[in-house]
Ligand binder design. Structure first.
Ligand code: URA
Length: 254
């Protein structure tokens, strides 16, 4: 019987134990399973095909103090740590980090993708048209930003409106994990492919994922469409409404 880490190593090294390059999803699994907060440069080494065992050991040595510390931080310390983070290249282009907003003891935690340019300037998530739609979605189930907590899988804005790189998501993962541990939500709502794929360690389509029940470390998790997508494809709002009703029903029961 393999442990989670051994299982991943087995899958990625082959029977002769020789290392080989990993796909992105496996790399996340390995890092998550080992509880590692990765060092960007070392992560890049894994991407270039360095032996997994060797790279994982290097990561463990260099970053164990970082991830151990993060798992002990309180809310304020976590905010300070995130605001000073330099784990990936995004720190060079940001105005400020975007920690998240709302109630740190909320029953519902919404996790989405990444702050955009305007949010980088203001320091809050969802300030533009997608924020207005999100507010309307929350209002439809009698919620607002004061009684939920909303954050992104990454805390800095990627340049040129691009999607977050996996390496950036992995660098931010212990921050997100600690936020979830501290909020202790009764339900997580993952909006969009990036958040859903990261939290559930899957590549299934959003259409498939939103039809299924999920959990993240024992917390029920609902997958739905990102507000940006709903703005581009308003016809999908009907499905999004079904997801919101599910959210409402799970919160009512919890
Ligand atoms: N703003 C955010 O904070 N997150 C998104 O995913 C999109 C816009």
């Amino acid at each position: 019987m393999f442990s989670q880490v051994e299982n991943i190593k087995h899958k990625t090294t082959g029977s002769n134990g020789q290392g080989c390059s990993l796909d992105e999803r496996s790399r996340i699994q390995v890092l998550k399973a080992m509880g590692i907060q990765p060092w960007f440069s070392k992560y890049a080494a894994i991407q270039s095909g360095e032996k997994i065992q060797q790279a994982a050991e290097a990561l463990a040595v260099e970053s164990s103090s970082v991830s151990n510390n993060i798992s002990e931080l309180n809310w304020q310390q976590l905010q300070q740590t995130i605001s000073a983070c330099q784990l990936c290249e995004l720190h060079t282009s940001r105005t400020q980090t975007v920690f998240g907003m709302g109630n740190p003891a909320a029953d519902l935690m919404i996790i989405t993708e990444a702050p955009d340019k305007e949010e980088d300037r203001i320091g809050e998530p969802f300030v533009g048209p997608s924020g207005q739609l999100l507010d309307a979605m929350l209002k439809a189930i009698n919620l607002n930003r004061e009684n939920i907590f909303i954050t992104n899988v990454i805390k800095c804005t990627p340049p040129d409106d691009r999607k977050p790189h996996v390496s950036e998501i992995v660098c931010c993962d212990s921050y997100l994990q600690r936020q979830i541990e501290l909020v202790q939500p009764k339900l997580i709502l993952a909006l969009g492919r990036i958040a859903a794929h990261h939290l559930l360690v899957t590549k299934e389509t959003l259409g498939v994922l939103r039809e299924k029940s999920h959990s993240y470390n024992g917390i029920p998790l609902v997958v739905s469409y990102h507000p940006d997508y709903l703005i581009r494809k308003p016809i999908e709002k009907r499905k999004s409404w079904q997801d919101l009703l599910q959210v409402k029903s799970i919160l009512k029961k919890s």
